[in-house]
Design a protein around this ligand. Structure first.
Ligand code: NAD
Length: 297
């Protein structure tokens, strides 16, 4: 495929190289020309702007810092919109904003150019090894058209829904990853300050139900998606006891536990509703109430 690739940073650089290794011919652009050296060495063509890179590209890809750069590169004076040929497909690999990509989609469609969002996950390691999760939003026929090319950068390429859905999925993914780091920081500072070695804590967490990934493989599909909070695998009253013991230990050790304290309050509310003998996933329903939505398949 003839591909225009704009944004050759930590992620874009290796992704563009993998596309070349898979046999695609690339035109590349970045505001920092030096980022293109490895690609030009291997036969890619340089373009001086996104507008100059786009003509001839059956597929145009961008990997840019965020929404302002994506808007500038897509819609600016020297933007893709002024260079892309009707029938071409533009897919944005950046982590961006659903509303921005939807606006770009509408403006491009008016010119006969198709748009998909396709943010990726897997870090620079995944970008180098071609083992990324690619979360695509947009028309299914277009998705099938570019899936083979996307498989050069990711081993898990999936359609999440309409335009913007890839970005929503990516934001959900990153929110979990980022907030979990904070919870893990609370838990490990508690564990270490209370006297256990970090390596031992890691072994315990890895070997237990959380470390086995049961939240993703069992709890979400089997309990939450089915709304089956009454079949008790672990009773809420026992989970509340455990979190209470952990926050009590944190108070003894003077370890601040903001995230745990917030979670504990929701568990207390769930118990006050008489849910002690429901499964310990039941507080999910409180968040569903607050959000005005149910997470069911
Ligand atoms: P980066 O800053 O390394 O790369 C961005 C590239 O875009 C740079 O080379 C920069 O020079 C170029 N650029 C910026 N403005 C430009 C413009 N107007 N025209 C042309 N080129 C321009 O960032 P990154 O880490 O490669 O991330 C790219 C995207 O992927 C981001 O949206 C990021 O959130 C997402 N992402 C990053 C990671 C990661 O681990 N680094 C993982 C998954 C997703």
């Amino acid at each position: 495929m003839r591909i225009a690739f704009i944004g050759l940073g930590n992620m874009g650089g290796p992704m563009a190289l993998n596309l070349m290794k898979a046999g695609h011919s690339l035109v590349v652009h970045d505001v920092r020309k030096e980022t293109a050296a490895p690609h030009l060495e291997r036969g890619a063509t340089w373009a001086d702007s996104p507008r100059a890179a786009a003509p001839g590209g059956e597929l145009i890809l961008t990997s840019l810092p965020g929404p302002p750069e994506v808007e500038a590169v897509a819609l600016g004076e020297n933007g893709i919109i002024h260079g892309a040929a009707p029938g071409a497909i533009y897919a944005d690999l950046s982590t961006g904003s659903p509303s921005v990509i939807r606006r770009i989609h509408a403006l491009f469609e008016a010119k006969g150019v198709h748009v998909l969002d396709a943010p990726v996950s897997g870090g620079v390691w995944g970008a180098r090894s071609g083992k990324l999760q690619v979360m695509v939003g947009g028309d299914e026929k277009l998705f099938r058209q570019i899936k083979p090319a996307l498989e050069a950068i990711g081993d898990k390429v999936g359609l999440m829904g309409d335009i913007g859905s890839g970005t929503i999925a990516k934001l959900v993914h990153n929110m979990i990853g980022i907030c979990t780091r904070q919870v893990v920081a609370e838990a490990f500072t508690l564990g270490v300050k209370a006297g256990v070695r970090p390596e031992a804590l890691l072994a315990a967490v890895k070997g237990g139900s959380f470390g086995q990934g049961l939240l993703l493989t069992q709890v979400l599909p089997e309990i939450v998606f089915k709304g089956d909070f009454d079949t008790v695998r672990f009773a809420l009253r026992l989970a509340r006891k455990d979190l209470g013991l952990a926050t009590e230990l944190a108070r003894e050790c003077n370890v601040p536990m903001e995230m745990a304290a917030l979670a504990e309050q929701t568990l207390v509310e769930a118990l006050a509703r008489g849910w002690g003998d429901k499964d310990f996933s039941a507080p999910f329903m409180i968040q569903e109430e607050r959000a005005g939505v149910r997470v069911r398949t």
